[in-house]
Write a protein that binds this ligand. Structure first.
Ligand SMILES: Nc1ncnc2c1ncn2[C@@H]1O[C@H](COP(=O)(O)OP(=O)(O)OP(=O)(O)O)[C@@H](O)[C@H]1O
Length: 269
């Protein structure tokens, strides 16, 4: 699939967000899934979050994105605490996340899935369609045009009229990326963007992330594919059994003895 080379302003405004995670805890009964985690995803950088199975990475993502409440600690986006916000409010503040398993509306087209993404559309208020039809029509046109620009940027134009349930898993991951881009976030959390994706499509995904990052977008990425992490990330945070055990450049963390031990002692990917 041919993806367009450069995002224009209609795809990404290019404002970088700063995410601070401070002493965050999340317990499931006696299981300290996230156990006092602190790190910063610096603005305009791509930070990798790695660690063996069960390390607490997805739980931390869920906590940051407001999908589950935290038990202790703080999460700040550009200096504002967001840890008590529900997920829709975190999203509105500029932090968007994708899921390990994509969740498109399978019986809607790719274009419809992407167009549905932004919140606060005037047409959603039923009286607006009666009282302010011009406003609703104008906004629908803007959403349509923005969705098509983002779909083109993500290399999805050839499948935009196909049902989202009928395209490949890798293409569905790109649909997820397209959906979150509709909100023009400042930081995107990607949960295993490379998992189960064929190599050609993986190149497209990597390329799009790099391009968006060049425009200033901050990324925090959970990924098990170490080639992906090494080639993409500026900084890496390593978790094991709920704690951060190392952080630094990709080269330095993969050489750290505690990281090698965590992977060998737990489930090796
Ligand atoms: N909803 C839940 N209820 C109870 N325990 C949970 C729940 N979600 C996760 N856990 C537990 O929390 C711990 C961390 O799991 P989590 O899925 O966050 O790890 P992970 O690092 O994302 O693993 P993976 O790489 O396999 O996705 C595990 O012990 C897991 O069993």
């Amino acid at each position: 699939m041919g993806a367009s080379p450069l995002p224009d302003r209609s795809v990404c405004a290019g404002t970088a967000g700063r995410l601070e995670v401070k002493r965050v805890e999340k317990l499931f009964g006696a299981n300290r899934a996230v156990d006092g985690v602190s790190f910063t995803a610096e603005p305009g950088r791509i930070t990798g979050l790695i660690g063996p199975n069960g390390a607490g990475k997805t739980t931390l993502f869920n906590a940051i994105a407001g999908d589950i409440p935290i038990d202790a600690g703080e999460v700040l986006l550009d200096g504002t605490r967001i840890d008590s916000f529900p997920s829709y409010k975190v999203f509105e503040k500029g932090l968007a996340r994708t899921f390990q398993i994509p969740r498109p509306f399978a019986r809607m087209t790719v274009l419809e899935n992407v167009m549905l993404a932004p919140s606060g559309q005037h047409g959603e208020r039923f009286w607006n369609t009666w009282l302010r039809p011009g406003l609703v029509a104008r906004q629908e046109k803007e959403i349509f045009e923005r969705a098509r620009a983002i779909i083109e940027f993500c290399g999805l134009s050839p499948v935009e009229r196909q049902l989202a349930g009928a395209i490949s898993g890798g293409q569905q991951k790109l649909v997820e990326l397209a959906r979150v881009l509709m909100a023009d976030p400042r930081i995107i959390l990607l949960d295993e963007p490379g998992a189960g994706v064929n190599p050609a499509l993986l190149d497209t995904i990597v390329d799009r992330i790099v391009e968006l990052n060049r425009r200033g977008l901050t990324f925090l990425i959970i990924e098990h594919n170490m080639d992906f992490v090494m080639s993409l990330c500026d900084a890496v945070v390593v978790m094991a059994t709920g704690k951060v055990i190392a952080r630094g450049t990709p080269d330095s963390v993969t050489a750290a003895p505690q990281v090698i031990e965590a992977y060998l002692g737990g489930a090796v990917e």
